[in-house]
Design a protein around this ligand. Structure first.
Ligand code: KIV
Ligand code: ZN
Length: 385
């Protein structure tokens, strides 16, 4: 089956979320869990950005054995040297170097001509290649770059030794159709494209990061860059857990293999949330508190009869324990009876109906009826004559 590499950047792009700051011990704990999860590449940080980041990348490169460890570097020698010093202990030293390629970034941010940018990119990749076997080159703001210019710079960096070409949608502007078409165009028009990996890196400003990543994959991307819980700059990056589960559940239309151990997803998500202090929105797909919770009577009745009436992902698949049916004002008699029986109450139909009426009255007043409330209601009926 076609292999899609998962490049996790929780510890680099994810840490760029406002308010997140992980220390070395926390980063190592997350990196070990990412290794257990089975990601192909861990982007552990940006070593030139601070001594703390350098140390974290270095410690992770020493600790992690089953995932490739990389660090980010601008297309300058000193940044590439910093990554080398941090990851040279790793079995497969990898560097991720980048420069912006869109007209707006080249003119206003870099103040360089397109030719000067190509010259700098080529020099950086050649320099990196003297040390590293694996060199990823990113065209920052790639999606808003001129397509013909992308072909030119990519051809040159491939000649200089790049092994992976990443074309990010840095500002989350692309639609799935456009982003997919760009990958198809680059695959078809870049010289030497067959000898390198193409990588997708999507931001979620318009809520399309996961869809865009999958569209890129369908059009020739071999690697997807993403983060746990979709953490990242502004609205975040493509969420790893959503991509991995979507590709698994819809294997009928996406016949690919990611190497992700799905049952480690919940644990990884919880760990990242706890250590970053970033709360997961309750209705977040796959890992949100409500991702497998059914509240309405019709849905509850359905899942009690056959889980798959309303459940396309089994909670156990991602390492989630049993999720009890939520008892609230939309719940029905079937869920109520099921919970009463699970709690050990055996009531006649009459008593159960009476308890259900009491429960409905309470549910109208409270957002969620607790286990203690249920015990009170059911016990009252059990002891009544
Ligand atoms: O979004 C982006 O362009 C990046 C690059 C550094 C790859 O994070
Ligand atoms: Zn990014």
């Amino acid at each position: 089956m076609r292999k899609i590499d998962i490049f996790d950047t929780t510890l680099r792009d994810g840490e760029q979320s406002p308010g997140i700051n992980l220390n070395t011990a926390e980063k190592i704990e997350i990196a070990k869990q990412l290794e257990r999860l089975g990601v192909t590449v861990i982007e552990a940080g940006f070593p030139a950005s601070s001594p703390g980041d350098f140390d974290a990348v270095h410690q992770i490169a020493k600790t992690v054995k089953n995932s490739i460890v990389t660090g980010l570097a601008r297309a300058v020698k000193s940044d590439i040297d910093a990554v080398w010093e941090a990851v040279k202990v790793a079995e497969q030293p990898h560097v991720h170097t980048f420069i912006a390629t869109s007209p707006i970034h080249m003119e206003y941010k870099l103040k360089k001509t397109p030719d000067q940018v190509i010259e700098q990119a080529v020099a950086a990749v050649k320099y990196a290649k003297e040390k590293f076997s694996l060199v990823e080159f990113s065209c920052e703001d790639g999606f808003r770059s001129d397509k013909e210019y992308l072909v030119r710079i990519i051809n040159e960096v491939i000649k200089a030794g790049a092994t992976t070409i990443n074309v990010p949608d840095t500002v989350g502007y692309a639609s799935p159709q456009e982003y997919g078409a760009l990958f198809r165009f680059l695959r078809e028009n870049c010289t030497g494209a067959d000898n390198v990996k193409f990588s997708a890196h999507c931001h979620n400003d318009l809520g399309m990061a996961v869809a865009n990543s999958i569209a890129a994959m369908e059009n020739g991307a071999d690697q997807i860059e993403c983060t746990i819980n979709g953490l990242g700059e502004r609205a975040g990056n493509a969420a790893l857990e959503e991509i991995a589960v979507a590709l698994h559940i819809r294997n009928d239309i996406y016949p690919v293999e990611t190497g992700i151990t799905l049952k480690e997803i919940k644990r990884t998500s919880q760990l990242v949330s706890r250590l970053t202090g970033s709360v997961i929105q309750p209705n977040k797909a796959v890992v949100g508190k409500n991702a497998f919770a059914h509240e309405s009577g019709i849905h509850q009745d359905g899942v009690l009869k056959h889980k798959e009436t309303y459940e396309i992902i089994s909670p156990a698949l991602v390492g989630e324990g049993d999720v009890p049916l939520v008892l609230g004002k939309h719940s029905g008699r079937a869920a109520f009876r099921d919970r009463a029986e699970t709690m050990g109450f055996e009531l006649s139909d009459d008593k159960l109906n009476k308890a259900f009426e009491d429960f409905k009255k309470l549910a109208d007043r409270k957002k969620e009826v607790t286990e203690e409330d249920l015990v009170t209601i059911l016990t009252e009926q059990q002891i009544s004559i």
